[in-house]
Design a protein around this ligand. Structure first.
Ligand code: GTP
Ligand code: MG
Length: 138
């Protein structure tokens, strides 16, 4: 059974949207098998988003991710990576399908409420970035 790494971003934790977003995951059949609320430093956010280092928005992205608490979580289910991305909706909320997290809650392409791994291989790396095996309770 597949797992994916999800992050509820600072714009969403600030607005008390963790429960509403988790309800969308659970309604879609994704099980939250690990979850913790943490505050990243800009440096840690940069390590997590290292693939975007050369992008023009890297500084803005890492400052934003360190601007408040995030909820990092592991979601489990059949085809969890793709299923989660469907529930999240498109990166830019203006393009996100109705009913998705980003359509309902995201404020802009930068402050877009959630992160989700983009493939099973990156999911494994991203899960290991935040969680030890002991913290994963299937
Ligand atoms: P993630 O699940 O967060 O990885 O989103 P994604 O896969 O839909 O988007 P992508 O990996 O292309 O970009 C990673 C993150 O960078 C996005 O979720 C946004 O928060 C941010 N981002 C992407 N494009 C822009 C942009 O043009 N401006 C700003 N400020 N942030 C951006
Ligand atoms: Mg991405």
């Amino acid at each position: 059974i597949e797992r994916t790494l999800s992050i509820i971003k600072p714009d969403a934790t600030k607005r008390n949207l963790t429960g509403k977003i988790n309800a969308k995951f659970e309604d879609a059949g994704l099980r939250i098998v690990a979850q913790k609320r943490i505050q990243l430093t800009v440096d840690q956010a940069g390590q997590f988003y290292a693939v975007h280092k050369e992008r023009p928005f890297f500084g803005e992205l890492t400052e934003f991710m360190a601007s408040g608490p995030v909820v990092v979580q592991v979601l489990e289910g059949e085809g969890a990576v793709l299923k989660n991305r469907e529930v999240m909706g498109a990166t830019n909320p203006a393009d996100a399908a109705p009913g998705t997290v980003r359509a309902e809650f995201a404020e802009s392409v930068g402050e877009n409420s959630v992160h989700g791994s983009d493939a099973p291989e990156t999911a494994a790396e991203e899960i290991a970035f935040f969680f030890s095996g002991l913290e994963l309770v299937g």
